[in-house]
Design a protein around this ligand. Sequence first.
Ligand code: ZN
Ligand code: ZN
Length: 327
Amino acid sequence: MIFICKNCGGTTVYDPDVQKMHCSYCDGLDSEEIRKSEQMSACPSCGAPVEAGEVSLAKKCNNCGNYIIFDERVEGESRPHLILPFMIGREKMKELLQQEFRKKVFMPDSFLSERKLQTIEGIYVPFWLYDLDTDMEYEGKGTSVRVWNSGEMEYTETSFYSVNRKMKAEFTRVPVDASLNMEDGIMDLMEPYDYSALSDFKEKYLSGFLGEKYGLNAEELEKRASEKAQLDTENLLNNSIQGYQSVTPVRKDFRTNIKIKEYALMPVWKYDYQYRGKQYLFHINGQTGKIIGDVPISLPKAIVYSLTVFLGCGALIQLVLSFLGVL
Ligand SMILES: [Zn+2]
Ligand SMILES: [Zn+2]
């Protein structure tokens, strides 16, 4: 599907700056109506063939440049439950990149060029969010040691304790990345997201962006959510065991009960910058603006810079020498 402006017939996209649908042809706001796709393999705007692949939710048409949402992938069982709409729009994202990188002396000039920045795309990345309870039973042996002197003698008293804990914890929306295409570990670096801004899924939020459906289902990933929750529960439990000289665990039982699994989409801007045959990837959290990525060093610029510094020093030495009357 695409969204068509009722006023002028142009296409409308979601604009994070005003948090409304925006028609760039007549400047209309929230003037959209849905035009459904007749078939998944053709662009609903120009009819050109489009390839949805295995996991694409939304794509840009190579022919007309409109952003298409694949109807079948947002319907029925496949429909996402939740979405975190982009809060950082294209202009704001470019501003953040400029602020972050313009002071880098050795950066290639093209990195912040308008032509390159225009290639950046916003992507919705699939996640599973789990609500779960954990139950932990712990048994350990603790010791405490007391030492004192009396006359010529030193006494040591070791007390042994049985340390028992039972702990229950409740977790809401533990996130696990369900994307096949996003580079490993990137979504962990994009954290934290503020999940309180999650909305019920609506197609309009996808308009103007790319999107990916989950590549791993909720059951395949629930182990990861349990492990995250276990780690947090163990930390809580360990914090409650204080005041012993040593503690040796004897038994640890851990159970999780997953109550709710929700399929959610998270916003990321992705900048794929190529320099001298090498790929440099930058990711910007579409909600908070957090940037991850390292800028390449431009070799010609670095050489010019060191030459300038070198010449600068040479000039200074000459100046000092002439001041001293040597020259
Ligand atoms: Zn319009
Ligand atoms: Zn098209």
